[in-house]
Write a protein of this length. Sequence first.
Length: 154
Amino acid sequence: MSRKHFGAVLLGFVLMGGVVPRALAAPPQAAAKAPSLYTQMGGYDAISAVTNDFITRLATDPQLGKFFVGLNDASKQRVQQHVIDFLCNATGGPCLYLGQDMKTAHKGLHITDAEWNISVQHLVETLNKFKVPQAQQTAVMGAISALKGDIVGQ
Ligand code: HEM
């Protein structure tokens, strides 16, 4: 094989081996990352507004209000901020959650299934109030349902 020929074959080999083509090819579809649920929900201010509405509903509900009775204003504010940080973090936002894990936070409260169902109802009402689209509502409900085992019956 002549030098020229060998060079051509080598170039063909490298190209077929994917070194150059992979670099030139369009990025695979998986590289196009979907926006986080945090972004889809509208970012920090939206999550914060949703959380504040939801917690106010829980704290003023005739059956759930008892859980929040012993908290002073500063404690209520801490819980509120922690829930915002938690949900921001859990939906892929940039927040750092420094509160207790879900089991510890709800240990000793003995939240029942019926009380959980009432709180889920409040969450649906909150999401409807803020006109969160159905797809995002389903995603939020899925994320919240995954926490039920750590919150109920502790
Ligand atoms: C729906 C999902 C829920 C989430 C994501 C959630 C999240 C949290 C978070 C992040 C905290 C703060 C923990 C800390 O400050 O270290 C907390 C505390 C608390 N949660 Fe929940 N929670 C949920 C449901 C409920 C329900 C259904 C109730 C009662 C009906 C409840 C009652 C409380 C109370 C009373 C505290 C304060 C505990 C304390 O500091 O003494 N939570 N929750």
